[in-house]
Design a binder for this molecule. Structure first.
Ligand code: M6R
Length: 622
């Protein structure tokens, strides 16, 4: 969580930093700050609480902060509540009460991550006369760097590596030193950080969209490395202070993909980008009518040798795993366990030989998923990452990677990345079914053809979104919503419910439809909205019965089903139809109306759809 940016070059830094922060605001938005140097010893620090716009207004869109080297931060509070004094940047020396103003500190820094042993380090620094103004762990790191810098009279790189050896936890750090007016020093462990270079300028950011407008040439700084960033050039060092060489990567994402392009919100734009996200992802896997997984290391021989699959992920990515479980088990007849990444590491569930652990993650930086990946590797499992962000930590650490091609996703609530993950997992299931001899070549060809129809079917659903907009405005004052379904429909209900609650703040739950009567049905009262997902023909009648049980207790019903099931209107108050397709893949379609329902409900309630309260896009803390 938190977004950090840095710039050093021959242009004014503050407007560039603000622009970068704007694109990282999805990572945290309770406060923000900038520190800019104008060639001299002084740094000008400005902070503001609340949305980034407050910081932009306070600095006259950056114009009031002259200087060509600077760092910036947008915060998602961990240590210390959201306040001026806890906002970054933090300084090594003394500062005013709020931490804003002109400072002559030796070190000024911003940080993303959590320093676990910060209390112990703070004690040490207090004993050495340091004064603390904030409750943050970041201020401790900045002061610790300063302490080593002065005590040993060593350069910034060595002061930083000494600090890295001393701290426990995760960090992406960007630091400016008084004695090095045009340079930024950076370090990273388990929090994302990229460094971009252009002619006479260098950039630093937590994520690609922040710098895409300025450069596509980026370095992915590795764990426990330090970078010395100067205008147009960058040097990397390992923990011993020895220089190391990193490859320069060209980003292929289109800069326009990180803009709203006329849509009111990123979420709506990303919902509309789903046909392309699914198509591009499938096209990267399906070549000449064949699902080719060679690049993922999953040869047919490996697939045949597998005894079990464990899918590990968080949030919506976990929901993708839940859906994939039904598809893989049904098509490939291979046992699948789906685990929440945050729990996986605390279980010692036996992992039979030849287990494949699939970690699904949009960002590739989710701390719990990364930790689970490391545990899986320690236990000797073969690991596959299904990841959207190229070069992210999970992608780099897994044995093999299957990239989804959703492009940059900015809205905190995932939509297109979810759909791309689902498509990738479905394609994986189909190949596994063929490799394990569970389907004929003919069935294989048919399933691939069906997969190919998904993008256009999603597009057709999007053409009919006005009905959902109207219905959402009717339910915008709901207190509780229940999403129910069986089998794959249950997996989709989980996602529908999360989309609703995370952006509309309406309490919602997803239940396996058959479970309701074991307790939850007592919550149903007059007017409670129950959304039934009814795409699996074999389960349709059973779920409709469960919905009727709710209706007879006063519930108001919405049903999402496939075209042709028009009799649903005898039971529900509002019906939505999605095109027919092979039932293994229909979840890719059924989820779209549920995304729109969440989106329009949030809009009707006048909420900040793209940046819901208390959340951040990439959860890099455990
Ligand atoms: O980047 P990841 O896919 O690993 O993120 C996992 C979850 O944090 C994410 O899906 C989250 O649940 C979204 N806010 C859901 O919309």
């Amino acid at each position: 969580m938190c977004g950090i940016v840095g710039y050093t070059g021959n242009e004014q830094a503050a407007p560039i930093l603000l622009d970068g922060l704007k694109r990282l605001e999805y990572r945290g938005y309770d406060s923000a700050g900038l520190a800019v140097r104008d060639g001299g010893a002084l740094a000008e620090v400005v902070k503001a609480t609340g949305k980034l716009q407050h910081l932009a207004d306070k600095t006259d869109q950056g114009r009031a902060l002259p200087g060509m080297c600077g760092i910036g931060h947008t915060r998602w509070a961990t240590h210390g509540g959201p306040s001026m004094v806890n906002a970054h940047p933090h300084v090594s020396g003394n500062c005013s009460g709020s931490g804003s103003g002109t400072v002559e500190s030796d070190v000024v820094g911003v940080h993303n991550g959590i320093i676990e042993n910060f209390s112990e380090l703070k004690e040490k620094l207090l004993r050495h006369g340091y004064v603390f103004y904030s409750d943050t762990d970041t201020e401790v790191v900045v002061k610790l760097v300063d302490y080593y810098y002065k005590k040993y009279k060593i350069g910034p790189v060595d002061a930083i590596t000494r600090t890295m050896v001393r701290v426990r936890g995760s960090y992406a750090l960007a630091l400016m030193f008084k004695d090095y007016p045009n340079e930024i020093f950076a370090a990273r462990k388990d929090s994302p950080l990229i460094i971009g270079t252009a002619e006479n300028a260098s950039f630093l950011a937590s994520d690609v969209p922040a710098i895409l407008k300025y450069t596509r040439s980026v370095y992915y700084i590795d764990n426990l490395q330090v970078a010395r960033v100067s205008p147009g050039s960058v040097k990397f060092y390992d923990l011993n202070g020895d220089e190391v060489t990193l490859p320069l990567t060209e980003i292929t994402w289109d800069a326009a993909a990180a803009e709203k392009s006329g849509y009111e919100h990123f979420m709506l734009k990303e919902i509309h980008e789903q046909p392309a996200a699914v198509r591009d992802t499938l096209n990267s896997i399906i070549k000449d009518g064949d699902i080719v997984l060679t690049e993922t290391g999953l040869t047919d021989e490996v697939i045949r040798s597998l005894s079990q699959i464990d899918i590990v992920a968080c949030g919506s990515a976990w929901h993708v795993g839940m859906a994939a479980q039904y598809v893989i088990e049904d098509l490939a007849k291979l046992p699948v366990r789906v685990e929440l990444a945050s729990e996986f590491r605390y279980r010692s569930a036996p992992m039979p030989e030849n287990t494949l652990v699939i970690v699904i993650s949009q960002s590739g930086e989710t701390a719990d998923s990364l930790a689970a990946l490391r545990v899986a590797k320690e236990r000797g499992a073969l690991t596959l990452a299904v990841v959207n962000v190229i070069g992210s930590t999970i992608a780099r650490e897994a044995d093999h990677v299957l990239y989804t091609l959703a492009g940059p996703e900015i809205a905190v609530a995932t939509t297109k990345a979810y759909s791309a993950q689902l498509a990738a997992m479905d394609a994986l299931a189909v190949r596994m079914a063929l490799a394990r001899g569970q389907i004929s070549r003919e069935e294989y060809g048919h399933l691939i053809e069906e997969l190919g129809t998904i993008p256009d079917k999603i597009r057709r659903i999007l053409e009919d979104k006005e009905r959902l907009q109207w219905f959402s405005s009717k339910i915008a004052n709901a207190h509780d919503i229940f999403f129910i379904g069986r089998g794959l429909d249950y997996a989709i209900s989980l996602e529908g419910s999360l989309k609703m609650k995370e952006i509309s703040y309406i309490h919602s739950e997803a239940y396996a439809a058959g479970e309701l009567k074991h307790g939850t049905i007592s919550l149903i009262e007059r007017g409670t909205l129950v959304v039934g997902v009814l795409t699996q023909s074999g389960l349709y009648e059973k779920t409709v019965s469960n919905m009727m049980e709710c209706k007879s207790r006063g519930a108001y019903l919405m049903g999402v089903t496939t075209n042709g099931n028009f009799d649903v209107e005898d039971s529900v108050n509002f019906a939505v139809y999605v095109p027919r397709t092979d039932e293994h893949f229909v979840s890719s379609l059924a989820v779209v109306p549920l995304q729109l329902l969440g989106y329009y409900t949030s809009v009707s309630r006048g909420l900040d759809v793209d940046k819901p309260r208390n959340l951040a896009k990439s959860v890099t803390v455990e």
